[in-house]
Each structure stands twice: as C-alpha cells, then as structure tokens.
Write a protein that binds this ligand. Structure first.
Ligand code: MLT
Length: 402
C-alpha cells in the first residue's frame, strides 16, 4: 500500500514576499498549489494526473488569512479531502508556522476536465494523496435533513446561538472570516436551498428560505438565535421576524433594505434571469463582481474576487433563478419596522452601490432603538471586503446582549 506524507513543509522565498518581506496573497496560493503537487508526487502519482492529462481546475476558492508569514518561514501545509464526487472534489488546506500558529486556511473545489474541457472522472491519485485527515483545523461542513432537503452548514463554537444568512448569489462561506472571530458564540451558517452545497429543489420563495431556517433551528434544538442577514439574508430575516417571531433574539442586518422591488427592479430581475439562463452562471459573475465590490476591493483583494467568482459561478442555475424570482416577488417589510422590538444593529458598506448607505440609515431610523454603523472601504459585501471591521461591530453588539 502506498504511504502518504501527512503534510508538506515549504519555505517562504524572497519572490514570494512583498517589499516588507511578508508573504503575498498570490504567493500563498502558489505555495498551496506546490504543496498539492509535492503531496501527489510523494505517492508517485502519474497515471491520469499529469498537468497535460486530466487537469483539476479550481471552481471555488475560499481563503481565510489569520496571520502574516515572512521571508524564510518554514510553513507546514496540511491538505485534506473534504468531499469527492465523480468529476469534482474539495480540498481543505491549512498552513501553520513551526510553532503551530495558523497562518491561513483555504477550501478549494476542483472540477476535473479533459484537455478538451469535458468533465472527467476524479483520478484515483487524489483519494490516495489527500484521503481525509483530522489535522486540518477548520470547522467541518455538515449536512442536515431539513424539510426534505439536504442542507449544508458550518457550525463553530459553543454559547448563545447566532444564525448567519448569506446573500445572493453567495453561500455560507461569505461569513467564514466573521465567524472565525466571534468566539464564545455558537455560530451557525447554512447554505440556503439552491446555493452552495445545499440541495437545489424546484420551489423557491423568501418564505421557503425562512421556513427552512426555522426548521434548521429545530433540528439543532435552538429555540432562539441572533439572526444576522446579509442583503437577501436580511429580506429573509424580516420574514423570520414576521412569521417566526419567537425564534429571533436580536437582529443584525447587513447591507439590506425593507422595501419590495420597484417595477424597474422587477424588470431587471427578469433580465438577469434571462442572462443567466442564456449565458450561464459565469456570465452572471462577470456582471455582479464589479457591482458587489468596491473598485478598491476588486484591485487589492484578488482572493476575495476569486472567492466571489467561485461562489457565483459554482451555484446551481435552479438556485440562482429561484432566488431572483423570490426577491422579485418578495413582500414589502416596511410595515414591520416600527414593531421590531428586539435589539437591532444595521451595518452599511459606505460605498455600497446596490443598497446605498443612506437607504440603510433610513431603515435604521424606522426601527425603534436600532443602532447604525457604516463600514468604510466596503461596498455591498462588508463581511468579505472588511471582515475585521465588520466582525468588530458585530462583536460589540453581541457583547452588549450578554
Ligand atoms: C444580495 O446581495 O443578496 C442581493 O444583491 C440583494 C438584491 O439583489 O436585492
């Protein structure tokens, strides 16, 4: 039987660093790739696994940076197989310094393609080289049966529960960095139906998403949670408050609005549905990335751009169309605002072009005793663009609840 190294050690060289001697984000991704090839090499993987034969191509990438690595550091990189399908697989990689400090973690989903771009079976070498190992620290993604669907979710920590609801057309990993910092809380982040790794059924509506989440809380034996919704996640949070009021301990509403779609906005939803049906989810990613992120984020945060593209283009068509129809047809929640009697925090990206900060300010003014915060240098996706600042304001709000 082939023996496999459990990890690979790689040194950070000058070419990997910025002028200050710190490992750059792009070089970190190259180090991870080197670690994968070295690990494959260590089992003598050849057949069906050369760069010119079946090539695994990254479809989704999530990278969480925890600390800087510097010139000369010797990093231990662990790689573990998270899931393996017929033509795709997901790896989790963690890089640690010699004293065990976590430098960064990444989750990468690969599609296997032939030289002609056709889907190809995952080479057996992948399973041999990266068979599941316990040494990678990140929280495990679980699947729970909820209302007849397999719902994927990440759960981290113990304590009072906080439920994170992602926006459109994203998945649970948009919360990864924020979740990593909120220790002392039980952080729950599911993929909504039709997104990420959750099942994509035929039926979609804001009320369906909210009912899924109430049922998910039941399955986890959570009676009440702080509900934290990003954009479409906020539309769902309003519906939870309207119809599952007893489950809501407090609200954190990020880059969201209470109004229903205008006629113009409904027309744009139909245009987007037509675009994604005609040109695919990759085309939708091209349209949305510059709308969701600030120009600065697009230029300076390549790993965020990569993660966002991966989330959008990796989501199933049925889920994307279902979400667009759900948002197009959603009810107006402005009548609800005066009745919101739980602690509420509104967070706006100062440069959000989809939901301007002034809209969030008006929303905050309509909710009795809501707090309002703007995050500088953030567009529509504050938790991805400015995770540290976003985590800090959420942590302060949560502390006051305890
Ligand atoms: C989201 O981020 O969830 C969407 O942009 C919300 C919307 O399109 O209304």
């Amino acid at each position: 039987m082939t023996r496999v190294a459990s990890s690979v050690e790689l040194v950070v060289y000058r070419d990997d660093c910025d002028p200050a001697g710190r490992l750059t984000d792009a070089a970190f991704l190259r180090l991870l790739e080197r670690a994968r090839w070295e690990q494959l090499g260590s089992i003598g993987a050849g057949t069906g696994m050369s760069r010119s034969d079946t090539s695994p191509t990254v479809r989704k990438a999530t990278v969480d940076f925890h600390a800087y690595a510097a010139l000369g550091d010797r990093l231990r990189i662990d790689t573990a197989l998270v899931t393996m399908g017929r033509t795709n697989f997901t790896l989790r990689q963690a890089a640690q310094s010699p004293d065990g400090k976590m430098i960064a973690e990444a989750e990468l989903t690969f599609d296997c393609l032939t030289g002609d771009g056709e889907p190809a079976p995952v080479p057996p070498a992948i399973g041999q080289a990266f068979g599941r190992r316990p040494s990678v620290r990140a929280s495990e993604t679980q699947h729970l049966a909820v209302r007849g669907l397999a719902v994927a979710l990440d759960i981290q920590g113990d304590g009072n529960p906080i439920l994170f609801i992602h926006g459109f057309p994203l998945d649970r990993t948009v919360w990864r960095q924020v979740m990593a910092t909120l220790t002392g809380w039980k952080r729950i982040a599911p993929d909504l139906r039709g997104m990420g790794l959750s099942d994509a059924p035929a039926k979609y509506a804001i009320s369906e998403y909210a009912d899924d989440l109430a049922a998910l809380l039941d399955a986890l034996h959570v009676s009440k949670a702080v509900i934290c919704g990003l954009s479409m996640g906020g539309y769902i949070a309003f519906d939870l408050f309207r119809r599952h009021r007893d489950r809501v301990r407090a609200l954190v509403l990020v880059n969201t609005r209470a109004e229903a779609d205008s006629d113009d906005a409904r027309r744009r939803r139909d245009e987007m549905i037509a675009l994604v049906k005609r040109d695919g989810t990759g085309a939708l990613a091209e349209v949305l990335v510059p709308q969701l992120l600030t120009p600065w984020s697009v230029a300076a945060l390549p790993h965020v751009v990569e993660q966002l593209r991966g989330m959008i283009s990796g989501n199933p068509l049925a889920g994307i169309v279902g979400a667009l129809e759900s948002m197009r047809d959603r009810a107006d929640s402005t009548d609800l605002l005066a009745a919101i009697d739980v602690p509420t925090l509104l967070i706006a990206g100062r440069e959000d072009r989809l939901i301007p900060a002034t809209t969030s300010r008006t929303l905050a003014d309509a909710i009795p005793s809501a707090q309002f915060t703007q995050i500088p240098d953030a567009g529509h996706l504050a938790p991805l663009e400015q995770p540290v600042a976003t985590s800090r304001v959420i942590a302060e709000f949560l502390e006051a609840l305890e």
